[in-house]
Design a protein around this ligand. Structure first.
Ligand code: PLP
Length: 453
């Protein structure tokens, strides 16, 4: 047992239901609202999402069945292996044990297809033939292109301009899987044209790309929009990660003391941690830590407010920690961690004291990523390096305190499509970015006048 490097579950041990944390929150989450502060019902979301996903979005049921066809596709790479990072532990000289769930083994290389496959399936079942979406670094766009191809519907992706230019390989993956990928902002949409008129050189942002994808989907009755993070049903679909990890930890006879995930919109963090938050609510002593970039400090510095999910304010207002929907991130390379808001469920868990958060600068993350590659071998996505840097901090703390500790981390994806970012780091071209207080205040001002949760 003590020499184990990884533990697999067999195919028939795959979880058959998703876990919905909304059923276990002591205090219910505030509902989404319109600009006047009135709660919005399912009908208001119907032009944007299919009703079967809207039901999941609003569900209070603890367990929701995973359809057989979805399971059949997930089984291409699931259950994913759980590893012990023994070589990293040795290099750190820590008494802590570091376990990680490897979500990089999916065809697109991250956790994102866990929800992409489910969303494509429920849209097709509802009669939808085309999905539109946004993507930052391209992981979501490639995951949704992959899922739509296997489920048999079309996919159009608005890719944040700076990543469209910096990360050509993800564009090609989307094409291989039959997705159409265009840069955002784009002259094809009203939102895009108005932004390009004011600022032709804008790097773009997820908030802008979301507005464009919505503008394209809403008028077409056969099209819907798909979001890769933030929403309740996305958190739900990702819980298969934590449910598998619980079975694997149980087989090992281990109880995690610390759970770690990097947090952009919150979905991979939620996926691993929500089943363990359920344990915590029911009395287990576990620390659960979300790690975010210092350049986009949503949980550590942004206020809990009602804010729009996009720059044109086309989405309902969601209760979340938000930097403000006008936020344009500094050009850090972790493209998937640059969203202005944090999932309402993760934000609520933070407010309820169920989780904590830390912000880390990018150079410490790349240092951790290299130490990881030099010991464990795998090259992590720049997003994942934030979880790694946090795990290293926790392991060092355990060493200082002379305490054993079981750390469980989500390894959200590989970095094989992000090698230009590694090259920039190795060339010494990257620097740390903070979000100065006056910038924080300026972006936050975009939420003035909106209702408060
Ligand atoms: C998209 C992405 C993230 C960030 O998104 P979350 O919704 O916060 O999980 C993290 N890691 C990888 C590899 C990603 O592709």
């Amino acid at each position: 047992m003590s020499e184990l490097i990884k533990i697999h579950l067999s195919e028939d041990e795959i979880p058959r239901q998703w876990y919905n944390l909304a059923a276990d929150f002591e205090k219910p989450m505030p509902p989404p609202v319109d600009p006047e502060g009135n709660p919005i019902g399912p009908d208001a979301l119907a032009p944007v999402f299919p009703m079967n996903l809207i039901e999941q979005e609003m569900s209070q049921e603890r367990w929701i069945d995973i359809p057989e066809e979805v399971l059949g596709i997930l089984k291409i790479w699931r259950p994913t292996p759980l590893y012990r990072a023994r070589r990293l532990e040795e290099a750190l000289g820590t008494p802590a044990k570091i376990y990680y769930k490897n979500e990089g083994v999916s065809p697109p290389g991250s956790h994102k297809p866990n929800t992409a496959v489910a969303q494509a399936y429920f849209n097709r079942e509802f009669g939808i033939t085309r999905l539109t979406t946004e993507t930052g670094a391209g992981q979501w766009g490639s995951a949704l292109s992959f899922a739509c191809k296997l489920i048999g519907i079309q996919c159009k992706v608005f890719m944040v301009r700076i990543s469209f230019d910096q990360k050509p390989f993800r564009k090609m993956m989307m094409r291989v899987w039959g997705g159409e990928c265009v840069p955002s902002p784009n002259m094809d949409t009203q939102v895009g044209r108005s932004i390009l008129e004011k600022d032709p050189d804008t790097p773009g942002s997820l908030g802008i790309a979301i507005s464009e994808a919505l503008e394209e989907a809403v008028p077409d009755p056969k099209a819907r929009y798909s979001l890769g993070s933030v929403l309740n049903h996305v958190m739900l679909h990702q819980t298969i990660i934590g449910l598998e990890a619980q079975k694997q930890m149980e087989k090992l006879g281990e109880n995690p003391d610390v759970i770690i995930g990097c947090a952009g919109g919150g979905s991979n963090f939620a996926g691993l941690s929500f089943p363990f938050i359920c344990d915590k609510i029911h009395g287990k002593d576990i620390r659960i830590v979300a790690t975010e970039p210092a350049a986009c400090p949503t949980l550590t510095k942004a206020k809990y407010r009602y804010d729009s999910g996009d720059v044109a304010m086309m989405t309902p207002l969601l209760p979340m920690h938000s930097l403000g929907h006008t936020y344009v991130p500094p050009p850090i390379h972790a493209g998937g961690l640059r969203y202005h808001g944090m999932a309402p469920m993760v934000s609520h868990a933070m407010n309820e004291g169920l989780i904590e958060a830390e912000a880390i600068h990018q150079l410490e993350c790349y240092e951790g990523a290299l130490q990881w590659a030099h010991t464990e071998g795998f090259i992590p996505a720049p997003e994942t390096s934030h979880a790694i840097a946090q795990a290293i901090r926790e392991a060092r703390r355990a060493k200082e305190e002379g305490k054993e500790r079981v750390i469980l981390m989500n390894w959200s994806g590989h970095g094989l499509m992000d090698l230009t970012a590694y090259e920039a780091y190795l060339n010494g071209e990257l620097s740390d970015h903070d979000l100065p207080d006056e910038m924080l205040e300026r972006y936050a001002a975009s939420m003035d006048g909106l209702p408060m949760p």
